[in-house]
Write a protein that binds this ligand. Sequence first.
Ligand SMILES: [Zn+2]
Length: 503
Amino acid sequence: MHIMENTLHSEPALMWTINDFPAYGNLSGCVVKGYKACPICGDDTPSHRLKNGHKICYIGHRKWLPINHPYRRQRAAFNGKPEYGIPPEPLTGEEVLHMVENGDRVCWKKKSIFFDLEYWKYLPVRHALDVMHIEKNVCDSIIGTLLEIPGKNKDGIAARLDLLNMGVKTDLQPEYGERRTRLPPGPWNLSRAEKREVCNSFYGMKVPEGYSSNIKNLVSLQDSRLLGLKSHDCHTLMQQLLPVAIRSVLEKPARYMKVLKGYVQNRTRPEGCIAERYIAEEAGCTVSVVDQDLLNQAHLYVLENTEEVLPYIEQHMIHIKTAYPKFRKRTKWLQDKHNSTFIQWLRFKVQSELEEDNHSVSENLRWLAAGPNMAVPLYRSYLIKGIKFNIKAQDDVRTTQNSGVYLLAHTMQVASAKDKNPILSNMGFYGVIQEIWDLDYQKFTIPVFREYNDVIDDEVLGDVIIECEPFTRGMPNVDTFDELVGELGGQNIRGGCEDIWIE
Ligand SMILES: [Zn+2]
């Protein structure tokens, strides 16, 4: 828009296009079919052809999740493999233009006409996908599979054989009889009664005016189906209504036990630990998103007290000294630099080691390096090895006192990169527990006490974060998630369902 001789001239500008995926291909000129169908991943699109379904599938989507998202390590629920990849950077318009004009066209079928617009190549986002459209396709497939609607059901012999090929849910493979084939009911299969129950839930739902179509009109109770869903109906179904309707018929796993199992710290004596930590929780646990700086401080403390991390600390120190030769003799400066950069450095370091074929990164280190969850369970009371620790606020309303602690904190001195026996020196602390945090590293938790010194004003002393006891040699070796929730990965056949027969 520009102003000229008191006249306002306005010119339209195309900012981006919004379409479904095939149209996205036509307008952007990129390939949206076949093995390299992802416009962002391009040549590196993770894809493979399903032997039995005869379709190309793309199971690389988990790399867009946050690095410590639990889905990344669930094997059985996906393709039998964990995902440690990081998402690729989208190409800029200028990069795309350079590729299509220089014949490097593996993922580009043509130069988009929009590049005729002078400014087009400078737009950071040029094409967008219509999410509602995609959501409707996904919704139709989920409803079609759950209610086994002919033509919409994604389950079947081919799907089961492809699962078998991937080595996941192998107990659901088809069983061939003389005339018919039996499909063992999977976790998504509902009995006739359950399908009716789901449809009844939809039928009985009342929603505010203008919220969605009247759901009642979409339900066919006779044959347990949903009919004529519009994209906006699908949106409300997916986001709000389906989770409610499906809840009553979902298998009820031993949720309670699962929660308790997560508490197991000492795996050699699981029962004892479950009981101990369970009792402690009765005193109250709240989950809170804590200050990032404090969380980093606690995380750094955990890292520095973990034996497996020690070689990385040495490496990092060498790295700093090499990068800043001028400061190599200034111990305090080096320590501060290490403290402020180690967490990030370790995360990338471990990440890149994981990408090597024969890496030796343990499961412990993998999740430790990824860092704790921002949402931290805070306890008022915590039992460790039979000793109860309370926060001060808990003690203030009681007649007993369990919040004062005296701790020997180990400080480590490392002589050289080959030094396997760093010198430990002990320092005594007296403190009062202010908060008890259970740092959540997804696969295990590590309790840390946040304290303040009760004798000297804590403003002067600052916060000291001390773990209850050095655990450098005592950290449990964690199992992979699939091993931990073995019942998910191992047994998939759903009970109480009619058999599925295919003629
Ligand atoms: Zn992609």
